[in-house]
Design a protein around this ligand. Sequence first.
Ligand SMILES: Nc1ncnc2c1ncn2[C@@H]1O[C@H](COP(=O)(O)OP(=O)(O)O)[C@@H](O)[C@H]1O
Ligand SMILES: [Mg+2]
Length: 432
Amino acid sequence: MTQNEKFRFKRRMERRNLFSGICGADKSVKLVFLLLYLAGFIWVWCKQGAIRSAGDNMVLLSPILKLVLENSMTTYLLLGGGVIVFLLVYPFGKKAAQDQLQSIGLVNHAGMVPVLLRKYRDKENNHVTIWEFRSQSIPLVTWQDKQSSIEAALDVSVVKVKYSKGKSRILLHTVPARTDLPELLEWKDSCLSQTDFELVLGEGFLGPVKVNLAHIPHILLGGSTGSGKSVLLKLLLMQAIRKGAIVCIADFKGGVDFPAVWHKNCRMCFEETNLLALLTELVNELERRKSLFRESECPNISQYNKATGSALKRYIFACDEVAEVLDKTGLNKEQKELVSQIESKLAVMARQGRAFGIHLILATQRPDANILSGQIRNNIDCRVCGRADNVLSQIILDSTAAAEQIPKDARGRFLLHDGTVFQGYLCNEESL
Ligand SMILES: Nc1ncnc2c1ncn2[C@@H]1O[C@H](COP(=O)(O)OP(=O)(O)O)[C@@H](O)[C@H]1O
Ligand SMILES: [Mg+2]
């Protein structure tokens, strides 16, 4: 872009911003200004005779002032209107915010900084403030990448960033920088979602954080040891059991994480050959459902159950520390072959499971390409990352956000793929 083009572009945007400054002001602010203006109008109207005679009585008055006092109504209309337009357009506080964003380099190719149009309380969450910016063609990913710098610049914690009005505006949902989520959140049965088939992960700044397996069928949990993966996995499985799903758990850590109560309510599997048999059974069930749905022309399990009055249940296959099964390092040829077969069954479930109500919830510290093949990984859209360093966060979420946003000593604190930070519920597994 040449200097000349940049200049023209800036001028055009400034004119646009002037207009949106008036249109974008809060309704309550506009109303207050309008009422003040009307009150002033009535006062001048009632007093115009007195104002005129006061002007007439003053001998040494300049002719301009005399003219003003004689035509008090017209002067008020013009001058008052001008003041109101100025108040609506002048960026009180807005300028400071824009300067802060400029200082962290959040500018477009023409060097222009986003314009703050409005700042207001979220109606649904009283403690959340929404900053509405004209995006100046800066894409959402840039805002997300610079989230930490934006937080420092505006002295807030950003809980959500999204587009509004197409892609021309950006909404930053923020809470005061000192606000934090609770360190401990006890699970209560009232937290269970009534929606089919929605699981609650925890609580974020904007309320409960949920994932609906009917839309996002599989979940991957990652994060360093002690970050809370097993606890979160069990929270999700507990809800799935309550909702009537058939839960199958593969545990290769000797069953220490799953006490007897789980064995009563789920199908457990502790060994590779049994695991292959279990996965083969699940894939066969998937194929059986495929032909059932084809015959009754139903696209998914919910519609099939509705249309035929059947009660097909969802299957959840969960594996904690899935790397224990899928890591091929140090295995002989036979063992590698077994793992490949397990992998290929998981890949079928990952690819096709959604419509047929067959879901995967996999947890592992480091789900890199050596552990999870692209076939499985790319089909797991819901990714959750606990405490992690830059490299780990990058592996799980394709960004370093978890390293930046989750405190080093946090337990049960996670970041969802869409940037939502939440505290997972701690549930008492004895009450399963
Ligand atoms: N949601 C949570 N709230 C509070 N403490 C938690 C939570 N999740 C985990 N913890 C604590 O962290 C410890 C480790 O959790 P765990 O799930 O075993 O971690 P990981 O499986 O990632 O190694 C738990 O024993 C518990 O004390
Ligand atoms: Mg664990």
